[in-house]
Design a protein around this ligand. Structure first.
Ligand code: HDE
Length: 713
């Protein structure tokens, strides 16, 4: 986390630019859009107090007209998102690889705008859907805007842009009844997945805890595709981009995700907003995996295949800078909704590879803004404006916001002295990387893309036991929601090609048998990709036994900053217990929330009043990371009378979170359904605050998982 100083960072170039477009009605008269002061905005103009409204009423017409057009189409994918402003700074120049200013000038603080999103759900759906998360960053660099539009998983479902509409049509609500919303657990999705084996790698990641993050601030980001970095000499290196969160990678359980969706469907959005608002700025380090061009073919997978990752154990990630998000948007629509990311926006020193998925994206994003934002002038919307000057001969169209001066709008010209003029490469003019290509024009898939099972298997092998159990549960849930046995069977057979144990567990949960073999509709369905299909399932390659960096068990566990700790209290609680624990937690930047049987104020045994953050009637255990119960007989007696407090505790046990109690607080544990709490390493009775803090930092005590199966919540 960045230093705790509440700041708006409004001095950077992008913020200053946005300020020019900001309007603030404070202390100002209400006017029409034409600037006319208004003296009644409550009543329409009528023929008599009870008569019909007059067409003449331009005030009514303007107000209603605007209202009628307030909505724009939501994004086809990634419709639900939250964003924030911040900056990127470089630790050390990597001029050896790239000439980009952002990668060579350590004195710069490059303004950024980052948007996080779910993929499948509509704009109003829940944050806690099991889904990939978008991780898109707009860098307003001094050489033009660079957009790194990635996800929180390092690979994608498909290898070729041509299949993207099919993938998305299969995962979106089914077209006949628009069901289910923000969920992949349905027939059309698994019909497609089971016929398209290249999807299986991303699919198993979606079954893992990565698909249900604890916070947007606690997930990694990946550029996914292989890009190129180009240095001053014009030499290229392949690169993969990584974002590493300072808080580590942490997730909730599926049971929590389902409950959070009901208790607070804005859970991630609120969490991001609150963290920034309170000065606890989210932070990620940018990492690069560099592969010299000469090594392109040294791997047992193809660098151009977006369904493959390069294990960090094979090519380490070098951390080269950090991004800090330190300012919430002023206006959701103007900024978060209207921001348009374009993977095609690059700057000198960065270039594309021939990844066929990336190549298709270069077209799609610009194109989609036309139907979403309504005009090809969307780059003039304040949030989308580069901080560098824009001059060219592109003209007119809907919503032109600028007044281009002069007689010419073409190049070359003499009438404007050849302006706007071209820049040489030395002057910063962009030049595409000159890659030598000698090939036939052909509609096919490279055979080097045909291994679809080695990496899902590597991922699964690399997980801790508790993560594996979550994956098996997720498959069981998702496939259990499918209504067609042939789809379930095809999936079981494919999962068995990844891992037998996993498939057996899922089959048992489904009450089905793994088929010996399946009819290969895979080949038929893939059709034109027959050369790929011929290889499936393909012999699994084992180039690494395990890749520990893929497991969340090996993430950071060194901080409790911004973790929310529920203090369960009622009138009469021990002030001393309470104060000591609160001070210890807040010293580590955790957030203490007082939960009581009622709202308003609660009085401690020193007769002091404390503001209640939430009454038990309005909150749920799944919204907190840990629980503390101070002593005080009167308080504990009152808590025991409300069964929701017991449910709160039972869930906290079940979700393997840390609990500390002092003095009479233990009586509440005795009322719970978890009898083995005394032996649990994340449960503290009259213990040290520091032990409680370490247990919260460990996120969960997964050892408890098997012992809590029978807790009835
Ligand atoms: Fe996207 N994707 N995508 N995508 N994508 C969009 O662009 C598309 C892909 C990603 O916060 C759309 O402006 C195609 C990979 C993010 O505004 C659309 C293909 C990755 C966001 C589109 C892909 C992504 C989008 C919808 C296959 C990770 C949200 C609205 C060739 C590297 C950006 C929009 C934001 C959004 C198309 C595949 C990430 C329709 C055709 C791979 C984070 O243009």
């Amino acid at each position: 986390m960045a230093k705790k100083t509440k700041s708006s960072n409004s001095s950077d170039e992008k913020s200053k630019q946005l300020e020019n477009f900001s309007v603030d009605g404070k202390d100002k008269a209400l006017t029409t859009r034409q600037g006319l002061k208004v003296n009644d905005t409550n009543n329409s103009l009528k023929a008599g107090a009870r008569g019909a409204t007059l067409l003449e009423d331009f005030l009514l017409r303007e107000k209603i007209h605007n209202f009628d057009h307030e909505r724009i189409p939501e994004r086809i994918v990634h419709a639900r998102g939250s964003a924030a402003h911040g900056y990127f700074e470089l630790y050390e120049s990597i001029e050896k690889y790239s000439k980009a200013g952002i990668f060579t000038d350590t004195s710069r603080k490059t303004p950024v705008f980052a948007r996080f999103s779910t993929v499948a759900g509509s704009k109003g759906s829940t944050d806690l859907a099991r889904d990939v998360r978008g991780f898109a960053v707009k860098f307003y660099t001094q050489e033009g805007t660079w957009d790194l539009v990635g996800n929180n998983m390092p690979i994608f479902f498909i290898q070729d842009a041509m299949k993207f509409p099919d993938l998305i049509h299969s995962v979106k609500p089914e077209p006949n009844n628009e069901i289910p919303q923000a969920a992949s657990a349905h027939d059309t999705f698994y019909d497609f997945i089971s016929l398209t084996t290249e999807t299986l790698h991303n699919q198993i990641w979606v079954m893992s805890d990565r698909a249900i993050p604890r916070s947007l601030r606690m997930m990694e980001g990946f550029g996914i595709h292989t890009f190129r970095l180009i240095n001053k000499e014009g030499k290229a290196h392949f690169v993969k981009f990584h974002w590493k969160p300072k808080l580590g990678v942490h997730s909730v359980t599926w049971d929590e995700a389902v409950k959070i969706s009901g208790a607070d469907s804005d859970f991630h959005r609120r969490d991001l907003w609150d963290a920034i608002d309170s000065g606890q700025f989210p932070e990620w380090e940018l990492g690069v995996q560099i592969v010299p061009e000469e090594d392109e073919h040294k791997f047992e997978f193809d660098l151009l295949d977006a369904t493959k990752l390069i294990p960090e154990e094979m090519v380490p990630v070098q951390l080269i800078g950090r991004m800090v998000l330190n300012r919430n948007p002023e206006n959701f629509f103007a900024e978060t909704e209207q921001v348009a990311f374009l993977p095609g926006s690059i700057v000198p020193g960065i270039d594309f590879s021939n990844d066929p998925l990336l190549q298709g994206r270069l077209f799609s994003y610009r194109d989609t803004q036309l139907s979403r934002l309504g005009s090809h002038n969307f780059h003039q919307i304040p949030i989308n404006r580069p901080i560098t000057p824009v001059h060219n001969n592109q003209r007119d169209g809907h919503m032109q916001m600028e007044i281009p001066k002069g007689q010419t709008a073409y190049f070359p010209n003499t009438l404007s002295g050849g302006c706007p003029y071209l820049s040489s490469v030395e002057e910063g003019g962009f030049e595409s990387y000159q890659e030598r290509i000698d090939a036939n024009k052909i509609r096919t898939r490279s055979e080097s893309f045909s291994d679809h099972f080695s990496q899902p298997a590597l991922f699964y092998r690399s997980l801790a036991d508790w993560e594996k159990k979550h994956v098996a549960d997720a498959y069981s849930f998702e496939l259990g929601k499918c209504n067609h046995a042939h789809i379930q069977e095809r999936m079981l057979w494919l999962i068995a090609q990844i891992d037998d144990d996993l498939a057996n567990e899922v089959a048992e949960n489904l009450g089905m048998k793994i088929p010996e073999d399946i009819e290969r509709p895979i080949n038929q369905a893939i059709g034109a990709d027959a050369n790929v299909a011929d290889h499936q399932p393909g012999k699994k390659k084992i180039y690494l036994d395990k890749a520990p960096t893929l497991s969340q068990a090996n993430t950071k566990f060194d901080t409790i900053a911004t973790r929310k700790i529920a203090f369960l209290v009622a009138d009469g609680f021990h002030m001393k217990d309470f104060d000591q624990m609160k001070a210890a937690l807040e010293k580590e930047n955790a957030v203490v929330k007082i939960i009581a049987p009622h709202g308003g104020m609660v009085t401690c045994d020193s007769e002091m009043e404390h503001k209640v953050d939430a009454s038990i009637m309005t909150t749920e255990s799944v919204l907190y990371d840990a629980v503390y119960i101070p002593g005080g007989k009167k308080s504990i007696d009152a808590l025991m009378k409300k069964s929701k407090f017991i449910k709160f505790l039972n869930e906290t046990f079940k979700h393997c979170k840390a609990i500390a109690v002092d003095n009479e607080g233990e009586q509440l544990l005795d009322k719970s359904a978890f009898t083995e709490y005394k032996e649990d390493k994340a449960i503290f009775i009259n213990g040290n605050a520091s032990d409680f803090i370490s247990a919260i930092a460990k996120h969960r005590n997964w050892d408890r998982m098997d012992k809590t199966e029978n807790i009835p919540v």
